[in-house]
Design a protein around this ligand. Structure first.
Ligand SMILES: [Mg+2]
Length: 263
């Protein structure tokens, strides 16, 4: 009898495992805006593929340039990285470094010591959007529609850094390549809803800078800030194009983004 029960349990376990594996490979994509933990576990393969880890390190080190989409075998890996804690752990580590550095810089009484922060996937997360799009190539119309909803979640470690910088007496400028004409109301509303209130200026891309690369546009913005007398002490972005060019700041901090590349 005991042996029969044991065999029965073993069969049941096998059935459950097979069912689980089949289900985990066929879960639908998360609905846009759905919490990332909802569709568990990550599907799509590549979850622990060492080649995908190499690809991500290459991307973060800026050795890969101009890539247009996550390689198909690594979609599952990127989903897992973004949704299962490592991404937020990595952002937290960057923020720790930025805060430690900021603590060593004493802002002068003239109020001209400043930090520059990017918006997309630095202050606000587009993870729900890109996850729903299977981390596919950039789609300007669809992204604009998503961003115009103003529902991007704030990235918690960056919310903390933002408040810390303000509390230390730094000026905080938020600089984004988002189009001012179409996203000029949803972006500040989204930032405020996500805990980013009280910055000194939000600079968006106007008609005069349409078509410029992000690096050219942001270099011009920082050059203007420097011309106004601001000393950029730190600069935080998820793209190397946020952190290269002119007047980048005394130190730059790159937060991870294996979802897309902006030149
Ligand atoms: Mg960005």
């Amino acid at each position: 009898m005991a042996r029969s029960m044991s065999a029965h349990c073993s069969k049941l376990t096998t059935t459950l495992v097979v069912f689980f594996l089949a289900w985990s490979n066929h879960v639908p994509e998360a609905a846009e805006g759905a919490p990332s933990w909802f569709w568990w576990p990550p599907s799509g393969g590549g979850g622990d593929d060492p080649n995908c880890l190499s690809w991500r390190v290459m991307v973060e080190a800026n050795n890969a340039k101009g890539w247009r989409t996550v390689p198909a075998p690594c979609v599952g890996y990127v989903r897992g990285y973004m949704a299962w804690g490592q991404y937020y752990r990595d952002v937290g580590s960057v923020v720790d470094q930025a805060a430690a550095y900021a603590a060593q810089v004493a802002p002068a009484d003239d109020g001209l010591d400043a930090w520059v922060l990017d918006v997309d996937d630095t202050c606000l997360s587009n993870q729900p959007y890109y996850q729903a799009k299977q981390f596919g190539p950039y789609d300007p119309a669809a992204f604009k529609m998503w961003a115009s909803r103003g529902i991007c979640p704030g990235i918690p470690a960056m919310q903390w850094l933002f408040q810390t910088l303000k509390g230390r007496g730094f000026r905080v400028f938020i600089v984004t390549g988002r189009d001012e004409e179409t996203l000029g109301s949803s972006t500040p509303a989204n930032l405020a809803a996500a805990g980013f209130s009280g910055y000194d200026r939000l600079v968006m891309r106007g008609s005069g800078s349409r078509g410029q690369s992000s690096m050219v546009f942001k270099s011009a913005v920082r050059t203007q800030l420097a011309a106004e007398g601001y000393r950029i002490r730190g600069n935080v972005g998820d793209q190397w194009s946020d952190l290269q060019g002119d007047c980048v700041g005394d130190r730059v901090f790159k937060v991870p983004n294996p979802m897309y590349f902006v030149p």
